[in-house]
Design a protein around this ligand. Structure first.
Ligand code: XUL
Ligand code: CO
Length: 437
């Protein structure tokens, strides 16, 4: 390692719930076995390059506050490569195995497409050698199709075909970089794929063009032999007024409508679920039901303000709700738990990068412990099974298989009279959940 950006931080380890070291895990004990797998393998934590290395912690009312003494502030490739060394030192000390990036986080945009591609390749060289020596892995890569001014009206949904070509060029290069780095997946988050107003928008054409871009990405994936999983990341609004990937159900409909479902899963983010007016569990269940739950962007919002604040997920109850879904689907395969989360503007010191990730990792690990206990107890599952048991009888099965009719069911209802209704027992079940906190 050529840099030492965090000389005061040693590799962070498990210290137990009563540990009083400020930088030590209290819940995340990486090699501890839970429900047949180590915590490390259940959680598959990833740190994201854009927040960890590139977020200045600015807001609309003030300049960035983040202290980055290793960064000379220039858009040079040399500076970009130095940051890579810092990032891998961070990953090693925080004990996180995976990372995620956008093309423009890791490498500066050049004056033209060819120069941008060269810059990306140069930084990918450095990342590749850091990955080899450290054993860290790429969870997913993506292309930033929303920061540059040319994408003001969208990228894959731009009214201008020339802008669309730039989006295609970036997608091609980012996909190839992800392939080269052995990425387990590739994400499409539709940054500006939506509209500010319908008054100037041909929504039908924009959605078709976006689907076409995704089809071309699928073709390119096969052409280069990339075996990673493609994901779409739902989000309802911000930066646009309405994003076409509004929520999990909308994305699934889009994928089905344009014959893309077999090629994609979803990357579900808590703060985006909340912006859509859903719980995270709702989004996870919706994706899981379609066999399309792939990966998670672990963060949370602030319930009271409704913005995409990307807080670190420090709530163990949220962690338990998420991990119940992950356990239910049998665990991650290509996916993982990517901290798409940023420190607060007041947490501007390099040390806060560690504190924020430790807090997030502990909350998710605690969530895993709680979820595993709830599953082992089985009380909630048994209740649900019993609640629907009438559907397992002859009649229920026949209806589900399409073997009945309104006429037959009318006669059965008329003969049987009013059914006995059991209680839904919501509060009792919430109490069972609380038992394991
Ligand atoms: C934006 C967001 C993105 C995606 C990757 O809200 O979540 O950072 O995760 O482009
Ligand atoms: Co995200």
């Amino acid at each position: 390692m050529t840099t030492e950006a965090f000389p005061d931080v040693q590799k962070i380890t498990y210290q137990g719930i009563d540990g009083d070291r400020p930088l030590g895990f209290r819940r995340y004990d990486p090699e501890r076995m839970i429900a047949g797998k180590s915590m490390r393998d259940h959680l598959r934590f990833a740190s994201c390059y854009w927040h960890t290395m590139r977020n200045p912690l600015a807001d609309p009312f003030g300049l960035g506050t983040s202290q980055t003494p290793w960064d000379d502030g220039t858009p040079s490739v040399e500076n970009a490569c130095r940051r890579v060394g810092v990032f891998f030192e961070f990953l090693e000390k925080i004990d996180i195995d995976f990372f995620c990036f956008h093309d423009r986080d890791i490498a500066p945009e050049g004056d033209d497409v060819a120069e941008s591609e060269r810059n990306l390749e140069a930084v990918v060289d450095t990342i590749e050698s850091e990955m080899k020596s450290s054993g860290r892995r790429l969870l997913w890569g993506t292309a930033c199709l929303f920061t540059h001014q040319r994408y003001a009206s969208g990228a894959g949904t731009s009214p201008l075909v020339d802008v669309y070509c730039h989006a295609a060029a970036q997608t091609k290069a980012a996909l190839e970089a992800t392939h080269r780095l052995g990425g387990e997946g590739y994400v499409f988050w539709g940054g500006r794929e939506g509209y500010g107003s319908l008054i100037n928008t041909d929504m039908k054409r924009e959605r078709r063009n976006l689907a076409r871009l995704l089809h071309m990405a699928v073709d390119h994936k096969h052409r280069i032999g990339f075996k990673g999983q493609f994901y779409i990341e739902p989000k309802p609004k911000e930066p646009t007024t309405h994003q076409y990937d509004a929520d999990a159900a909308t994305c699934l409909n889009f994928l089905r409508e344009f014959d893309l479902l077999e090629h994609f899963k979803l990357n579900i983010e808590t703060n985006h679920a909340w912006l859509a007016g859903h719980t995270m569990e709702h989004e996870l269940e919706t994706a899981m039901d379609a066999g399309a739950l792939g990966s998670i962007d672990a963060n949370m919002g602030v319930w009271t303000n409704g913005w995409d604040t990307d807080n670190f997920p420090t709530d163990p109850i949220l962690g338990a709700q998420i991990m119940r879904c992950v356990l239910k689907m049998g665990g991650f395969t290509t996916g993982g738990m990517n901290f798409d989360a940023k420190r607060r503007r007041e947490s501007f010191q390099p040390l806060d990068l560690f504190h924020s990730h430790v807090a997030g990792m502990d909350a998710m690990a605690h969530g895993l412990e709680i979820a595993a206990k709830i599953e082992a107890d089985g009380g909630i599952d048994r209740f649900i099974e019993a609640r629907y048991a009438s559907w397992d009888g002859d009649l229920g099965r026949r209806i589900a298989e399409g073997g009945s009719s309104l006429g037959e069911l009318r006669d059965l209802a008329a003969a049987a009279g009013e059914p006995d209704l059991p209680s839904g027992r919501q509060e009792m079940l919430e109490g069972m959940f609380n038992r394991f906190l």
